[in-house]
Design a protein around this ligand. Sequence first.
Ligand code: 2IP
Ligand code: CA
Ligand code: CA
Length: 371
Amino acid sequence: MKSFLQAIINVSEKAANIARACRREVQLFRLLVQEKSNEEKNQRFVQDFKTLADVLIQETVKHELGSKFPELIGFIQGEESNVFTNTLGETIEVKIMGSQEDTAELLSKVLDGDRSAADLLALEVHRDVIIDSDIPQELNDTNNLLPMDTIGIWIDPIDSTAEYIQGTECSPDSHDIYVCGLRCVTVLIGAYNRKSGEPMIGVVNQPFFLENGDSWRGTFYWGVSCEGTVRNSFSAPPSPTSTVVLSGSETDALKENLAKHFELVEAAGAGYKLLSVARGLADIYILSRGSTFRWDSCAPHAILKSLGGGVIRYCEVMEKLATVRSYKGNFEDKYGLRYHQQGRKGWCNDEGLIAYSSPQNLLKLLTCLES
Ligand code: 2IP
Ligand code: CA
Ligand code: CA
């Protein structure tokens, strides 16, 4: 297990390097922004953007994990499609080639012949990135042999694209949660069990964690919850805060009801909100509609499970509130999101979600929702 987790951490950092490089080079960033085609448009955004950074990061993760673990090839999926149309109208498949030179050559086609931009990106893609991680020895490969042929991967190469593109400066609210800005951007890489659909291993990388002069430093978090092995990068489980984090687009009715019992914080980024629950900055993240996808929740869900929390289906829970509240088993096992099968709306988490850091916090929320 250790080498698999380490590989995900390393590639998440490479993804973060690409994300930072694209924002650092102003000219590169301007070049990279391309409007999403209508079919792929996320309903909620009038203008949603697909950047080459997104596609390139997803392909890099796919390529790197696929070459280290060939059993995973065909089971690594993500938000983006790797077909890109440049301003000359040529359609190009973004691929990671065997050498930096060849990747630069291919990228320069996407970038309308801008070789220096292509070189910069190819350099990051092919750079060796090995992160000093804190993975404990007990997760070593001999004691924790992972059946690689039962694992699937979900990637969101950049979550909070809107914040990533705008890059506006924001201050944290009193709970240390940033409501908007680059800090809400995350790279999400999650592994799930292809048979049961349960999330197993998650890495959430925050590329813009700390501003240092005119450059940014990132950080990352990981969690493992599979077959009795439960570990994570946190030093202690989260303590209660009586805070609920949610999307600014949430309904007024839900907000008014929750505000009677909790402090509410509206923040950008589905991944960032899930991370805020894992970090103990909020007890709950609640989303009453289907505006997230499997790639948004898989990685942070695995981390939450490793902390004793979870992510369950909002609509079903609301329909059966009294039954759920008196349920004596593990909420996760019965109502948890699953990652292996499409639902009515494809890979959309169409029933909304409730993420919680502990069963106690979930029960408190359910009691409030019932009143
Ligand atoms: C988005 C992103 C948005 C979120 C939306 C996700 O993913 O996380 O911020 O909306 O649900 O699908 P909100 O911020 O209102 O929670 P992406 O940026 O990858 O499209
Ligand atoms: Ca997303
Ligand atoms: Ca995304």
